[in-house]
Design a protein around this ligand. Structure first.
Ligand code: ASP
Length: 309
């Protein structure tokens, strides 16, 4: 399978076989990701990390991934220190990063920004989140986590909980889980339901997601609980946000009713939707999940930039 120079814009650009290949490759990256083994596979390469929107895990894990592969990193974590402030267009910023680096990682508040960047760039572009659109590398690390923890993806009952309207991680993940034939339940407040287009995509794979606001029932039945933050920054109307803030919370009480081996995932950051007391339970997988971003992003960078493993 050849990924050389490929853009990573949406999880929908990948076949099931390609995703399986990446997940398998990521598994082989784990000893390099945790520092047990060392490599200089990408020592001749530079990655540009252009973050037009806040990020902790995605940016750091992309940077760590590149460092662990022996490569170099340039970029910014906040566009306020760049010529964007002087009115430079996204296209021109991308043209520059293209000439300075071998791969561009971009996060942007506008849906479609990564796809646009790819049009102006010769070097491969990796979408690190575009507005409420897609977050393909998060999706791959989420799949990797489910596979590692549950040994399979197919047939698991996965409940996606929270802001399903604006959450890009769940938009990518619902699609991918349907491709792998997981059972899906969408749990959200009435105003934050999963968009119809995403539900229709799931149905195209023969999956019939159940939409509900009954969190207790969904927790009881789930093998995987994927909790998300309300995406405050995407609400056009602060009143809409005020009406839903604090409307769901995962705590130990709720998990007492769950299957013994339920795993709780979250793309992070969490705000109030998972009680920190859950952290001590064996169900809490979210910090492990965040670490998994390193081997998965190492796999992607190495595949795209053509390093031999
Ligand atoms: N970190 C994830 C994202 O960038 C989830 C979130 O921000 O709530 O989409």
């Amino acid at each position: 399978m050849n990924f050389k120079n490929r853009d990573i814009i949406s999880i929908k650009d990948f076949s099931k076989e390609e995703i399986e290949y990446i997940l398998d490759y990521a598994k082989r990256m784990v000893p390099y990701a945790n520092g047990e083994k060392h490599t200089t596979l990408l020592s001749q390469h530079i990655m540009a990390a252009l973050f037009f929107e806040p990020s902790t895990r995605t940016r750091l894990s992309f940077e760590i991934a590149m460092h662990r592969l022996g490569g170099n990193v340039i970029g910014f974590a906040d566009p306020s220190g760049t010529s964007q402030k002087k009115g430079e267009s996204l296209a021109d910023t991308i043209r520059m990063a293209d000439s300075y680096s071998d791969a561009i990682v971009i996060r942007h508040p506008h849906e479609g920004a990564a796809r646009l960047a790819a049009e102006f760039s010769e070097v491969p572009v990796l979408n690190a989140g575009d507005g409420a659109g897609q977050h393909p590398t998060q999706c791959l690390l989420d799949l990797f986590t489910i596979l590692t923890e549950k040994k399979k993806i197919k047939g698991n009952k996965v409940a996606l909980v929270g802001d399903l309207k604006y959450g890009r991680t769940v938009h990518s993940l619902a699609y991918a889980l349907s491709l792998f034939k997981a059972d899906l339940t969408f749990v959200s407040p009435e105003t934050l339901k999963m968009p119809k287009e995403v539900i229709n995509e799931c149905k195209e794979f023969g999956v019939e997601p159940v939409s509900t606001s009954n969190l207790e029932k969904a927790v009881k039945e789930a093998d995987v609980l994927y909790v998300t933050r309300i995406q405050k920054e995407r609400f056009p109307d602060p009143e809409e946000y005020n009406r839903v803030v604090g409307s769901y919370k995962i705590n130990i009480e709720l998990l007492k009713e769950a299957k013994k081996d339920i795993i709780v995932m979250h793309p992070l950051p969490r705000v109030t939707e998972i009680d920190p007391e859950v952290d001590k339970t064996p169900h809490a997988i979210y910090f492990k999940q965040a670490f998994n971003g390193v081997p998965v992003r190492m796999a992607l960078l190495n595949l795209i930039l053509g390093g031999k493993l």
